[in-house]
Design a protein around this ligand. Structure first.
Ligand code: ZN
Length: 135
């Protein structure tokens, strides 16, 4: 398709710039974290889910530099392999945070009340988590 400047200025055609997604390198360190993450995190997440009465669908281990974990409306939870670099209470905090999203898909007051009930020191843990960078 030929696009003229008139098409763009009139709004008939919209130019969308997508930033190329940075491909993360599977360094030996990352490979090691992935292996450890797969062996530990799904089991621990399911343990916490059972303990607190959540139903989790699929659990996947991801490598990205944008989040520690995420949760979808389908009940799937993604966990970042970087979690293996954290002390266990921070790992649990991130997993409990994601589990709470199974009930509330936002960070509203109800979400925080629920998280508070499962993880009373979540505010301090959130601060500690900020000291770690995703690699
Ligand atoms: Zn969240």
């Amino acid at each position: 398709m030929r696009i003229s400047i008139t098409d763009i200025l009139s709004g008939r055609v919209r130019i969308v710039y997508r930033r190329p997604r940075r491909k993360l390198k599977e360094t030996p360190e990352v490979a090691e974290l992935r292996k450890a993450a797969k062996a530990y995190l799904p089991g621990r997440l399911r343990e916490l889910a059972v303990e607190h009465g959540f139903t989790v669908n699929q659990v996947r281990i991801k490598h990205n530099v944008s989040n520690w974990g995420s949760c979808s409306v389908k009940g799937n939870i993604n966990l970042n392999l970087n979690l293996m670099r954290l002390p266990s209470e921070l790992q649990d905090y991130v997993m409990l945070h994601e589990l709470c999203h199974l009930r509330y898909m936002n960070h509203g007051p109800e979400f925080h009340t629920l998280l508070e009930s499962l993880c009373p020191n979540h505010k301090a843990l959130r601060k500690q988590l900020k000291e770690y960078k995703l690699i």
